[in-house]
Design a protein around this ligand. Structure first.
Ligand code: AMP
Ligand code: ZN
Length: 432
């Protein structure tokens, strides 16, 4: 199903022509901002010389630090009066970064979300419960307006309050929910703990999960526990928020809306394009943003582009699951390890429950990694021989996957703190 069939089925040539045309416009617009007028001068870029995609590599990169340094209005290209909304990135460290939207920016964003929701099967018949925060985080209001635009009944629950979430699911016959994957796992536990059979007692059919990395194993856990289809949702505040890329009914990679963004995948060290199909850092350029265009923004997110055409008929390229961020890579005894590798191993094991946490510390001068793992409710019988076997099995699988042998600590179900939004998966105690 399409929301905007014409734009969603543009062929590659049409997409690239549109990108070239819009790139010229966005460069001409960006130079009106304090940041880019200076940056272009410094880098010797004449905005008029940018003819299209072929000149993209001549443009300078934009980093998160630039947004911090020019907080809050240094990227504005319109009068402040034209800005009608502000969001902020969820980063908990460092200075804030603000994202500013004009009316037209909000409209484009909502249209992209309407495409995403329709693509995953959401319609005006649905009751849409939004379980992400409604404050500065883009997942609340962003998704909300997308759901309203497709005509669904949108319930602005916000994050947390799980018992109330469940009560409302029952009361209003919720069919679709949006949450972070870590919160969705928690929701599954609570539903089970309340003795609710989701297939009989609830009307849920779709879960939209995003805002943090998760594995196919997690998707399967949530799908099986609730009897629903789960779709992956990707976005970042700097590129509006959710709705940048989303899975279609094929559930095989997320189509990224290339009429609104240019995607480059670059090697984070050399900043050269990676070979086709290889993993690289997503570097993105906004094509239609009025208030605050961003050029070659280094997202730090790592992914690859899936080869071939999607059977759904959309030619917007598909990105694979985000495997992590170039800045959340852990270096343990000199070996590069991504938290997503650990999640892949753990969530593929039926004995493992819904939660885990990684601790990094120093032991006798060397890096030491501890993986705290909750054992699944059904497996947790307290039999020490079983638990010892399981502990060794997890340790061995993690070693095979990451080449580092971690200490594995098994915990009872519910031992670790639950997150209502994005989970804290890595606690680095090495600097302390
Ligand atoms: P924020 O701007 O606070 O919403 O955070 C955006 C970041 O969340 C992205 O840059 C990614 O690192 C992460 N993220 C969002 N959606 C996903 C997803 N579906 N899979 C993995 N990571 C995601
Ligand atoms: Zn598709």
């Amino acid at each position: 199903m399409f929301w905007d069939k014409e734009k969603e089925t543009l062929d590659r040539k049409q997409i690239e022509e549109l990108q070239s045309e819009r790139l010229r416009e966005v460069v001409a617009r960006a130079v009106k901002s304090e940041f880019y007028s200076k940056k272009f001068k410094e880098c010797g870029v004449d905005p008029g010389s940018i003819r299209g995609l072929q000149d993209l590599a001549k443009l300078p990169f934009t980093a998160k630090q630039d947004l911090r340094d020019h907080f809050p209005f240094g990227f504005l290209t319109v009068d402040r009066k034209q800005i009608v909304r502000l969001h902020a990135s969820s980063g908990t460290t460092g200075k804030s970064t603000a994202v500013l939207y004009t009316r037209s920016d909000l409209d484009n964003w909502t249209e992209m979300l309407a495409r995403c929701l329709t693509m995953s099967g959401v319609t005006a018949d649905d009751v849409f419960q939004n379980m992400t925060g409604y404050g500065m985080f883009t997942g609340g209001l962003g998704m909300h307006y997308g759901a309203e635009r497709v005509g669904a009944l949108a319930i602005p629950m916000g994050a947390g309050n799980t018992k109330w979430q469940i009560a409302n699911m029952k009361a209003y016959g919720t069919t679709v929910f949006h949450a972070t994957p870590s919160y969705a796992l928690h929701l599954c536990e609570e539903i089970a703990a309340e003795g609710i059979d989701p297939r009989k007692d609830l009307k849920l059919r779709i879960g939209l999960l995003g805002a943090e990395p998760y594995s196919e194993g997690t998707r399967k856990k949530v799908q099986d526990a609730l009897g629903i289809d789960v779709f992956n949702s990707f976005g970042l505040s700097e590129m509006n928020g959710p709705g940048v890329a989303f899975e279609c009914e094929e559930k095989n990679g997320m189509h990224l809306w290339e009429d609104h963004y240019i995607l480059e995948l670059l090697n984070p060290a050399t900043l050269e394009p990676v070979a086709e199909g290889e993993k690289g850092e997503m570097v993105m350029t906004t094509l239609t943003r009025e208030g605050m265009p961003l050029i070659r923004y280094r997202t730090r997110d790592l992914t690859s582009v899936l080869p071939g055409e999607c059977p759904c008929g959309r030619h917007h390229r598909r990105i694979a699951r985000i495997t992590g961020r170039s800045d959340d890579m852990m270096i343990i005894k000199g070996v590069n390890v991504f938290p997503s590798q650990i999640e892949d191993v753990l969530m593929a094991m039926p004995e493992v429950g819904c939660n885990y946490q990684i601790e990094l510390m120093r032991k006798e001068g060397a890096d030491h990694i501890v993986v705290n793992v909750e054992v699944g409710e059904t497996f947790f019988k307290g039999d020490i021989t079983d638990l010892n076997k399981l502990q060794r099995k997890i340790q061995e699988r993690l070693r095979e996957e990451t080449l580092v042998k971690p200490e594995v600590r098994l915990l009872e179900p519910n031992a670790l703190p639950r997150s209502m939004g994005k989970a804290v998966r890595v606690v680095d105690k090495r600097e302390l």
